[in-house]
Design a binder for this molecule. Structure first.
Ligand SMILES: Nc1ncnc2c1ncn2[C@@H]1O[C@H](COP(=O)(O)OP(=O)(O)O)[C@@H](O)[C@H]1O
Ligand SMILES: [Mg+2]
Length: 307
């Protein structure tokens, strides 16, 4: 007779490929039930935007399906985004992760990328606007953002006052760096990245924007600003590469009309690229937050610190 414990044992051989640990020790498996050959359980992912959702589900189903006496498996996929905490820093009420988007210089499409990938996550965005220094972290704390998995801050370009205060006062889940492919943009992006790294902010990765242009008349791809600079920089700086967003006149047009491109043209290549970046960012945050938990052993619902 296959028992619920056997189901857990089977699932303890399935790994989350990104977190590198098995689903059971990651505490992702809940509500295991067996009834007349049907096994049901809940898989609680670390983010609703998990890029490997389908793969994890498939492997989990296969593992349980192979148990004797089980002929049907039903999985309920949910998510529970962990809140980032940092000693000495005060979290924003009810907001589990504050992440920021930065660039070395202006005009590289940082705001465009921020808006679109925020929509892809369902996350609100904060514009710095005229806020400087301490005002930005006061503002983050004074607004009731509601119950939020992610809040994205569109930082001003470069490494100014607003960035520094945010880093010092808010437990940031990480920073996404946006660059265009040209060498000059990549070089300034590298400088911004070093500033964040030096202040112990996790680098979630680099996005290359305005990467290649598909001619609307003949469809041939033209690399107006060259291509691959972002990827190359990510490799050199040993940080994740989050993806490429094509140069597309429709992206500019929808931005001008105040409608995020992922909503204006959801099936386009550009929209798919923004979604993919959002999934990569969400996955990186899960990885960073899981790293924090490695000092714990997870037993059922309890986290126990080893003696
Ligand atoms: N992938 C893209 N394709 C076409 N136009 C883009 C793209 N990304 C940004 N733009 C346009 O480039 C200009 C600068 O983008 P913006 O997001 O304001 O840059 P930043 O915030 O870095 O200063 C805007 O007019 C925007 O619509
Ligand atoms: Mg901007």
């Amino acid at each position: 007779m296959t028992t619920e414990k056997d189901v857990l044992t089977a699932l303890s051989h399935v790994k989350d490929p990104e977190l590198g640990r098995d689903l059971v020790s990651l505490n992702m498996v809940k509500n295991v039930r067996i009834s007349e050959g049907l096994a049901t359980f809940t898989l609680e992912l670390t983010t609703p935007a998990c890029p490997l959702k389908a793969q994890i589900e498939r492997e989990a189903v296969a593992a349980v399906r192979s148990l004797p006496g089980i002929d049907r498996v039903e999985v309920d996929l949910t998510s529970n985004v962990v809140a980032r905490r940092r000693p000495g820093k005060i979290a924003v009420d009810k907001v589990r992760n504050v992440l920021c988007v930065a660039s070395g210089k202006g005009g590289v499409g940082k705001s465009t990328v921020t808006v679109n990938f925020s929509v892809a996550l369902g996350a609100p965005i904060v514009w710095r606007g005229p806020m400087v220094g301490k005002l930005i972290s006061d503002f983050l704390r004074q607004v009731d953002w509601g119950d939020l998995d992610y809040l994205v801050v569109d930082l001003p370009p470069g490494t100014g006052d607003a960035s520094l205060t945010l880093i010092q006062q808010v437990p940031l889940s990480g920073v996404v760096i946006v660059t265009t492919p040209q060498e000059a943009a990549v070089t300034t992006a590298g400088k911004a990245l070093h500033m964040f790294k030096g202040m112990d902010v996790p680098i979630l990765g680099i996005v290359e924007n305005m990467s290649g242009f598909a001619c609307p008349h003949c469809g041939v791809a033209v690399d107006i600003f060259a291509k691959g600079g972002g990827k190359e920089a990510a490799r050199e700086l040993k940080v994740p590469f989050l993806g490429e967003i094509p140069l597309d006149p429709d992206i500019r047009a929808s931005g001008d009309h105040g409608l995020p491109f992922v909503l204006a043209d959801p099936e386009s290549q550009g929209a798919r690229a923004f979604h993919s970046v959002a999934e990569q960012v969400a996955a990186r945050i899960s990885i960073e937050n899981a790293r924090d938990l490695q000092g714990f052993v997870i037993l059922g619902d309890r986290r126990i610190t080893p003696a």
